[in-house]
Design a protein around this ligand. Structure first.
Ligand SMILES: [Ca+2]
Ligand SMILES: [Ca+2]
Ligand SMILES: [Ca+2]
Ligand SMILES: [Ca+2]
Length: 407
């Protein structure tokens, strides 16, 4: 049988060995346990929005990710209330997934063209926000959160700055959101406004802004980690090649009938590997997804081992590089399900492994090892929110490339 099932005793031995290997990492385990884990900020960029009417994505080297959303300044405004949905006014639309219900503070990083106070305000509305148990800032009502960059009468504005409300209104940007899908809309209030970052923070920025009111240079990391084949840091015995079915390029291995079915190979060059260095914006739980394909659409070419330099599952050091412990990701989703072209997968159907790992803030490394040669992959997603509960795409014949345009 090709998919040798790891017996319970064997598996316990592997876990025990992994624990011994990682014993030096145990002191930090407590700080990263699920109980003490900080809630994660939802950090979105201007380029993550769908924009309508005259709201447009415009290249700007000073903006997060190189893009802001803005309009031309033509003296237009909608000063007294947000437009009633549906509207012909310009707006930007965000569809997000809230991982944990609770109070979130909204912050916008904004700029006014010409540093003019006639160019620096928006209305924000949500599908399901509440305050003190009452509906707040709901789409379809005249109730909107007014966010105006200038912080007092005569304060003036200067380049980028963080703001959460308007100085002349008694509005709070602290809203209660339920877990699950949530949409919010940013309506133009004064044209010529520019926005590059939006944060919904349950903890870190709940009572303090991410940056200053003027001349701010704070660029926060996006909440979600996206790695394309072209982001590879180091690789061996695999190739990075073009594929018209891929987001960009793909990582590809030759099918020579090789496999390491029971555990990650001690030498990564036995089957081939690709390493990616990446930044985690905040310590927390991230759901790993890989977009894969098997050469010849056979189940002998459809699996990898995934390892990290510092990952935990339920407080236990797990899937560590250089250990015999790896997350087995096998594209075929059940015995006899088959594989067909590209598909998204996070584990294997015959092992009870979690694709959700706890990662620390800062620089991390992920290693993808060939388990069955002939396997290919093009995208890796580590998601604390949007894809925490749901896959980015299909298991077969997938056409879903993850982008950081948050449709
Ligand atoms: Ca204004
Ligand atoms: Ca204006
Ligand atoms: Ca397989
Ligand atoms: Ca193979």
């Amino acid at each position: 049988m090709h998919h040798a099932i790891i017996g319970p005793n064997r598996y316990l031995v592997i876990i025990f060995a992994a624990l011994l290997l990682e014993f030096s990492a145990l002191p930090t385990q407590t700080a990263l346990s699920a109980q003490s884990m900080p809630q994660i900020d939802l950090t979105l960029y201007g380029s993550d929005a769908n924009t309508y009417r005259t709201f447009a994505h415009v290249s700007d080297p000073s903006a997060a990710g190189g893009f802001k959303m803005t309009t031309a300044d033509e003296g237009w405004s909608s000063l007294n209330a947000p437009p009633i949905w549906p509207t012909l006014d310009p707006f930007a639309y965000y569809a997000i997934h809230v991982p944990v219900a609770g109070e979130y503070r909204l912050w916008l990083r904004m700029r006014g063209q010409g540093n003019s106070k006639w160019n620096e305000s928006v209305w924000v509305q949500f599908t399901d926000a509440t305050q003190n148990g009452q509906p707040a800032y709901r789409i379809g009502t005249e109730d909107g959160l007014l966010v105006n960059l200038e912080d007092c009468f005569g304060c003036g504005i200067q380049e980028w700055g963080w703001q959460d409300n308007a100085w002349w209104l008694d509005q709070s940007s602290l809203v209660t959101l339920p877990s699950g899908p949530q949409s919010f809309v940013v309506f133009l209030r004064e044209d010529g406004v520019e926005i590059d970052q939006i944060v919904l923070s349950p903890a870190r920025f709940k009572h303090t802004p991410p940056g200053g009111l003027k001349d701010d240079a704070t660029i926060l990391l996006r909440t979600e980690v996206l790695l394309n084949a072209t982001d590879v840091t180091e690789f061996g015995k695999v190739s990075i090649v073009e594929d018209e079915g891929s987001a960009a390029d793909k990582v590809s291995s030759n099918d020579a009938g090789w496999a390491s079915p029971d555990q990650p190979p001690a030498n990564p060059l036995d089957g081939g590997y690709a390493d990616f260095a990446f930044n985690v914006p905040q310590a927390g739980e991230y759901h790993l997804w890989i977009r894969m394909q098997a050469k010849g659409d056979t189940k002998w070419n459809d699996s990898v081992w995934v390892q990290f330099d510092q990952a935990w599952v339920d407080g236990v050091p797990s899937y560590r590089i250089h250990s015999q412990d790896g997350l087995l990701v096998n594209l075929e989703n059940c015995f006899g399900c088959g594989v067909q072209s590209w598909g998204w997968q996070d584990n294997s159907w015959w092992l009870n492994q979690s694709g959700i790992v706890t990662l620390p803030e800062g620089t991390n490394r992920i290693r993808v090892l060939v388990r069955e040669d002939g396997v290919e992959f093009d995208q890796i997603v580590l998601s604390p929110a949007r894809f925490l509960a749901a896959s980015p795409g299909e298991l077969k014949n997938d056409r879903t490339f993850v982008t950081h345009t948050w449709h």
